[in-house]
Design a protein around this ligand. Structure first.
Ligand SMILES: [Zn+2]
Length: 62
């Protein structure tokens, strides 16, 4: 474990948390909805970033 920098571990954990949240949104049916205003996120944006959780008007806050 000590071979890995703290930054690498944090980056991996952040990505895993984003995947978890995306999967949870898929399960509850809010995957496409912006977490701020509930506007559906476009296919193009989701294809570009499947973990996107906010519409373009509300860039990632979390
Ligand atoms: Zn929004």
């Amino acid at each position: 474990m000590s071979e890995f920098s703290n930054e690498s571990v944090i980056a991996i954990e952040t990505t895993l948390n984003e995947v978890d949240r995306a999967l949870e949104r898929l399960r509850v049916g809010t995957y496409r909805a912006c977490q701020v205003c509930a506007t559906p996120i476009s296919d193009a944006d989701l294809i570009a970033n499947p973990l996107l959780s906010n519409c373009p008007a509300h860039p990632e806050l979390a």
